[in-house]
Design a protein around this ligand. Structure first.
Ligand SMILES: CCCCC/C=C\C/C=C\CC/C=C/CC(=O)SCCNC(=O)CCNC(=O)[C@H](O)C(C)(C)COP(=O)(O)OP(=O)(O)OC[C@H]1O[C@@H](n2cnc3c(N)ncnc32)[C@H](O)[C@@H]1OP(=O)(O)O
Length: 283
């Protein structure tokens, strides 16, 4: 007879059967630092300067989650070692003038990472210690709780500002976090929120004034989640998330084709080129 655990796993984790070509652990460890603490781990993204999510970075995060779950880790704090930046989101250079093979691997790896983190059995807290636009915001929203450092940083799904569209599973994650009306408005406008605004709409759960407080608050938050019986906590989380997870699990190929076709259109390529130029001009 199947246990509750295996039923849950079969129901929401079918993506784990699909393997993507992974880099060796050694070559990925320079991008993500894992610090094991008592009963949990701190996962620090350390791809300078802005933790952009390149193919290698996405795979490094995926690999870290696989290893932590294999080691029966119960919870993580996801944060950044890059000053002032949580993550600048997807590496725009991966989408600009790409080769077909790399673009396919890039998107497929991102799908896998989302399925892993959004559907993780571990308790997950994002310590957002800097900017978190687009894919950076997505990573944070995959966690169970978000603690953000107060200050000048911004968080949100700003895709439309780049002339691109957040895919359905980004939208689903957003809606599950802040609700339909706020998502509809913010997705269209590509809104980036200050920490205070993000707190007000429920995009983050707590603000902290400095890093020392941030670490203590993130640890306390994680411990609160870990005090709940693990299976009850996980299955409750899945009640909210499983429809979105099932949807992407069943439509990965179509979602990949839609992304690749969309990303390669002249309009998108032109928009991404101009956006990259505008980032470079800043410096
Ligand atoms: C029709 C139906 C369609 C259905 C839909 C189908 C498919 C969907 C298709 C597409 C969806 C794709 C989804 C994308 C989500 C994303 O994540 S897109 C990325 C969005 N990210 C951003 O807009 C952030 C851009 N960066 C910044 O705003 C700033 O860099 C910062 C994060 C606020 C930090 O500022 P700071 O001043 O500290 O640093 P710099 O700006 O000087 O940057 C340093 C350095 O890093 C480079 N860089 C920054 N961000 C990125 C990035 N995201 N990717 C790659 N490179 C980045 C920047 O260019 C600088 O480089 P340098 O000049 O060489 O030093």
């Amino acid at each position: 007879m199947m246990s509750v655990t295996s039923i849950a796993r079969n129901k929401v984790l079918p993506f784990l059967r699909k393997s993507t070509k992974m880099q060796s652990t050694a070559s990925l460890s320079s991008l993500v630092k894992l610090e094991e603490k008592q009963g949990y781990a701190v996962v620090s993204m350390q791809k300078t300067p802005v933790n952009s999510l390149s193919l290698e970075m996405i795979q490094a995060l995926s690999q870290s989650l696989i290893e932590l779950e294999k080691n029966k880790c119960k919870g993580i704090i996801l944060t950044s070692a890059c000053p002032g930046i949580f993550s600048a989101g997807l590496d725009i250079r991966e989408m600009y003038q790409p080769t077909d093979d790399r673009l396919n691997q890039f998107w497929s790896s991102l799908q896998t990472l989302w399925l892993q983190l959004y559907g993780s059995k571990m308790a997950t807290v994002a310590l957002i210690n800097g900017h978190a636009p687009a894919g950076g915001c997505l990573l944070a929203m995959c966690c169970d709780s978000r603690i953000m450092l107060n200050g000048k940083s911004k968080i949100g799904l700003n895709e439309t500002k780049l002339g691109i569209v957040a895919p359905s599973w980004f939208k689903d994650t957003f809606v599950n976090t802040i609700g339909v009306r706020q998502s509809e408005r913010a997705l269209q406008l590509g809104s980036l929120f200050s920490p205070e605004e993000a707190l007000k709409i429920g995009l983050v759960d707590k603000l902290v004034p400095d890093m020392e407080t941030a670490t203590a608050v993130a640890e306390a938050e994680l411990k609160e989640f870990l005090q709940i019986p693990g299976m009850a906590r996980y299955l409750s989380k899945m009640k909210i998330r499983e429809a979105a997870i099932k949807d992407l699990s069943e439509t990965r190929e179509a979602d990949l084709n839609q992304f690749v076709n969309f990303a390669k259109t002249d309009a998108v390529q032109k928009g991404l080129g101009l956006y990259l130029q505008s980032l470079a001009k800043k410096n």
